[in-house]
Design a protein around this ligand. Sequence first.
Ligand SMILES: [Zn+2]
Length: 409
Amino acid sequence: MTRCCRFCKAPLSMTFVDLGVSPLSNAFLKPNQLSGMEKFYPLHAFVCEECFLVQLEEFEAPDHIFSDYVYFSSYSESWLKHAAKYCDQMTEKLSLGASSFVVEVASNDGYLLKNFVQRNIPCLGIEPAENVANVAIEKGVPTRSVFFGKETALHLRAEGKAADLLLGNNVYAHVPDINDFTAGMKGLLAPTGVVTLEFPHLLQLIKNSQFDTIYHEHFSYLSLLAVEKIFAAHGLKVFAAEQLPTHGGSLRVYGQHAEGQGRPVEPSLEVVRGLEREAGFGSTAAYSRFRPQVEKIKRELLSFLIEAKAARRSVAAYGAAAKGNTLLNFCGIRQDFVDYVVDKNPHKQGLFTPGTHIPVYSPEKILETKPDFVLILPWNLKEEVAAQLQEIRSWGGNFVVPIPSLQVF
Ligand SMILES: [Zn+2]
């Protein structure tokens, strides 16, 4: 089978990074599943030499990849603040009011749209995971449990709905069929409507060696360069791009219909284009230097853990997030190095990490067992986590962050 680019269909042959094989990052195990077989899938990222979209190769994706997600956005305080600020900004920038219509794709448990509900701005969430959609509905956020794409857009249009603001946070990178999704945005957007998408910026991924943001549910690793090409192919155009600190460095792009006058291009667009040009995103060399950086991080982290264990120091990890599972599997870290992982999300407590079988407990476990080191897996939240767990200083504990390079503090 010839691999081809999920956007432009050109043959895919250039490796961005090969992380071996790994289970789905959210496939946490119940105690009674530990002795069963576990499915591992290749985790191999390629870069398209035609459009420069970095992407995972197509693999035999299970149907349940998005259903019954154990992830609820509402558990991170900094992310909730980010969402509330976004709603303030958009309400003002686009003069949203009672006659506007806001649609969020992958609206999760309604953590963002509830801000629009409070302002009496009509909105609709689209959330494929039914259990998560039901949580949003219970909170009073109108939500439909469907996949978003061209067909869903047509259905909504037939009901007379058109989006003045169509937003997707951390979803664009997760859609297997990026063409169908983009056609859906084109289809649902009101004539003067604005699309905003937030996604982790490939520029930061490469610059800061964030290889652990590569996992199976995350199909594309996006640059402005690639997104502008995809938008253009579907009659949309980007008119602004903002760099955000979230998720280790994200990009928020603003798009509108390509036809018609539209909003003026903002200076921010050329700023980000310039940064990507400088990084050499228009040629393959920029992408080939990633792999050696990743291998260096693996060596640094394993050296640290080997030394810590040799000195009889105990290590616990914080945050059973998707990115943690990529790191643990790629580095081969099991209970031989890390005693347990803690997570605030009660849905994950009592389970075991996929592939590596490390038990997940509530954060109180750290206060009970007083580990010498706490390895923070979601490094993007390291300040927040360190502040919450400052108690570890009372027994001389230290924090460890492996990315962008090993740091003990
Ligand atoms: Zn391509």
